[in-house]
Write a protein that binds this ligand. Structure first.
Ligand SMILES: NC(=O)c1ccc[n+]([C@@H]2O[C@H](COP(=O)([O-])OP(=O)(O)OC[C@H]3O[C@@H](n4cnc5c(N)ncnc54)[C@H](OP(=O)(O)O)[C@@H]3O)[C@@H](O)[C@H]2O)c1
Length: 277
């Protein structure tokens, strides 16, 4: 093997994956145009926007107007030291004000938001759009062992809630549920996506927690990953992303990444379809 060429190839791969930083401003005009893009494709940035408004368009347009029949993205909000909660389980508002708005924008651009059962049991989340203009997505909860209580508040909330379960676990009548085939002891993430596609959803947001996002990352079925980092240190607690470890750094996945400053938080926007290792 020619080592000089190998080094060059590696350098080029790293250069492609190297993040570019831009400040982003989601003005009312940008957000309106993004919501229009979500409804009817073919919308463009408007002339007269600032550089920061164009950056905001670049960040969200891939979520608002994907061309593939199904588009799957994940977003996770974490601290500087990569935590998503304290050891005692306090997970409220790890993200700053603009990071939370970012999460609500991600929800508003999705048809369905997917969470693991631990998140529902720990946080009792509403999974709605409240901090920006836009419609709330449907909700899908991965609960293979039927651990959700029958009086889970999400079952009674407005909008559609679907439980993704193993074929041998049931749910009470009145709760929409879909049996998903397992692979290697877990519900197969690809099968989950296909099942949600059959339910009529095109844009799928995997919101967490870390275990759930890790399964989708390991299965290689995510198109995009947003990691939102807020400037606080927690010291201990669950890690932001749990993926299968690599032995050497040359095996590490290096997605093509852009970095956006959104006021209180920094967003790493990783294009997983353009990843090298
Ligand atoms: N900062 C953020 O952005 C953010 C977002 C969401 C949640 N959170 C935090 O994350 C924490 C919970 O995260 P977590 O990693 O412990 O749990 P989680 O991802 O919410 O749920 C994990 C559980 O969901 C089920 N599950 C998920 N994917 C599955 C699959 N492919 N196949 C089979 N089962 C699957 C399993 O249930 P069984 O155990 O029954 O098998 C698994 O143990 C909470 O503290 C919450 O506050 C943070």
């Amino acid at each position: 093997m020619n080592t000089a060429i190998a080094f060059q190839d590696n350098d080029e791969a790293r250069a492609r994956a190297e993040p570019r930083f831009q400040g982003a401003h989601v003005s009312d005009s940008v957000w309106r145009q993004l919501l229009l893009l979500r409804q009817s494709k073919g919308k463009r940035p408007l002339t007269g926007w600032s550089t920061e408004e164009h950056a905001a368009w670049e960040l969200y347009a891939p979520l608002a107007g994907p061309v593939a029949p199904l588009f799957v993205f994940a977003q996770i909000g974490q601290s500087l030291d990569g935590r998503i909660a304290t050891e005692s389980g306090d997970a409220q508002n790890i993200s700053g004000r603009d990071g939370l708005k970012h999460l609500h924008r991600c929800r508003a651009l999705a048809d369905v938001v997917v969470v693991g059962v631990n998140t529902v049991l720990a946080d009792d989340p509403r999974l709605t759009v409240r901090l920006v203009e836009g419609e709330s997505p449907a909700r899908a909860i991965i609960d293979p062992h039927g651990r959700l209580p029958d009086d889970c508040p999400l079952f009674a909330a407005d909008g559609r809630t679907i439980v993704l379960r193993r074929s041998d676990t049931g749910r009470p009548s009145g709760v929409e549920s879909v049996a998903v085939p397992s692979r290697a002891g877990r519900l197969d993430p690809q099968a989950i996506i296909e099942a949600l596609g059959k339910c009529g959803f095109r844009t799928i947001l995997i919101e967490g927690g870390a275990t759930t996002i890790g399964h989708f990352l390991d299965a290689g079925v995510l198109d995009r990953l947003h990691v939102s980092i807020a400037p606080l240190l927690i010291g201990a607690g669950p890690a932001g992303l749990k993926t299968s470890p690599v032995q050497t750094l040359t095996e590490a996945r290096r997605p093509e990444t852009r970095v956006y400053g959104l006021g209180t938080d920094i967003i790493f926007d990783c294009d997983l379809n353009r990843a090298t290792c």
